[in-house]
Unconditional design. Sequence first.
Lengths: 290, 391
Amino acid sequence: MSKPGPRSLEWGLTLPPLFWLTLFFVVPTAIVLLYAFKPTELYGGIGEGWTLETIRALFTRSTLILIYRTLYLSLTATLICLILAVPMGFYIARQRPKVQQLLLMLVVLPFWSSFIVRIYAWKSLLHPEGMLKQLLVYLHLVSEETVFLYHPWAVILVMVYVYIPFAILPIFAAAQKFDEQVFEAAMDLGMTRLKAFFKVFLPSIKNGLFGAVLLVLIPTLGAYVIPDMIGGPDTEMLGNKIVQKTFVDRNIPAAAALSGVLFLGVFLPLVFQSLVQKRQGQTHTVKGGH
Amino acid sequence: MLEFQNVTKTYGDVVAVDNVSLKIEDGEFFSLLGSSGCGKTTLLRIAAGFEAPDAGRVLLNGQDITDLPPNQRSVNTVFQNYALFPHLTVWENIAFGLKVKKHKSSFIKREVEKVMELIQMEDHAQKYPTQLSGGQKQRVAIARALVNQPAVLLLDEPLSALDLKLRQKMLMEIDLIHDEFGIIFLFVTHDQSEAMAVSDRIAVMHAAKLEQLGTPIELYEAPKSSFVAAFIGDTNFIDGKVIEKISGDYSSLQLELVDQQVQCFNDKKLKIGELVHLSIRPEKIHIAREKPVSSTKINLLHGEVEDYVYKGDHTKYWVRVNEFRFAVLQPNSRFLLDGKPIEWGEEVYIWWHADDGYMLERYSEVDTMLTELPSEEIGEADNPTEEEESE
């Protein structure tokens, strides 16, 4: 009897998860996407045959504005997360292990309470009668008429709050691997500390930055609860529209088409990243040791 | 010329460098030698500008550079872990310093290619640091520093991450590069054999202080302290007491464990009654079955061979004289097929010239451990900068 070769062993290991993913991820996603090409009936049912009508409807002005707004809000939140997370990750990585553990725990501490509860907390904080607003009014920093809630920046603020740990952690992990001596080498070769930070440190933690962008951009693109609860009419995002099309308008094909847009919005950065990594992999073959 | 003037550096309660003054001449290959935590790395980091001394000054060619940041000093460093830029190729790593200084690209290309040829890495220009072996990384680190044509090259334990064979090869390469460039090399190491092999002068550091400064020969042949005698090479340490002054600069010693009297050159003018260590290098002691023709200034003892190790070029004997075991090194210059080498248990005579012994101060307890260090220690290399640990 011949022993199973490494090749067949590889297949044996790969097949079960592949089967699982196909059945419960690829097939359902394909079904959802297929619905985008189905006609809709007046009372919410799915009609017979195929149509491109729903896809065409994506290119109407209102939908394009919606897509633009979704991208704008999520990209802004991602950018702010990055700007805050880079110095934080850098700082945490350079602390003594004890302090490091404490700071990391503080970063993940919000996860100990429910996402919904935290959103409600922000809602009452930002509320016109809320503590934050009253405090700022008391300090004469804003006028009594200012409304924080329902404003796009309120949505961005809460998204940054919720997702910044996902940016800090990968950046911290990359920064921790960064050798402090490399900094010194850059200064030794004529750079100032600040310049070394941008020209040497940031490129060195490139993978951590990519990870942070993906981990923040993907959930914010599909955000639904935050714009729904914190935002107002002018912060409606794709997620909200999909919910509305599904449950209010009972227009499943339209919801499926919007889901397809969202799917591409999440999928394309992933493809981009894997392409970049593949390109790096070719020039950057890591041999044994380091 | 690189000069340290009364440099002192403390971290909290720990004194890392204690009032060290040094003058390093142009073109010198100068080593800072000492065990972990002796302050040698701190001194190098002060020269590089990564640490500011609490007191004292650093002068480079007469100019006070104490307060200059690292990027404004004509000093470049080869780091212990190479610290190559992981996101840049070999070529880009080497060109880094010149690019930062905004040189013309044609100039950069010429200079980088010149040093690449010197370190024989032309074929690896487009590789990333992760694709290089330890020795190659080392070469790139040296090239990256030298391409800037600094006045001083600082080398911080540059060989400690390499295995023994490669270490010896790289050491010779560094020596050749030094000859080529003719600038000051300030070499920090804990390995006395490395320092001895390449240095013009060595500063032995111990407990934050400068213990002795001299050429390798001076340090080995005329150590000023027991620490230096024990740290550089092997030696026999025998407790003794000065009992009598004899003609000239010679004194007579009573050796404790050996229980005999010997003569020794007394250049330190030690007085009668003073307690000393007598240090005699193993290769200065002769060994034979027959009693040699005695003469003045020769200390002759009679003992028994307890053990020996044949090493090809030499044989090492351990000879017991009363309560003391002498280490004796006998070069195997001539081998006769019918000759019978000295073996275990044989009665032998050992002798040395009074000029070959050194009377040194008695050891303190802390130092005693150092006599037991193997002469070629490996593995300490993996320690991070010792000063940080002690914080």
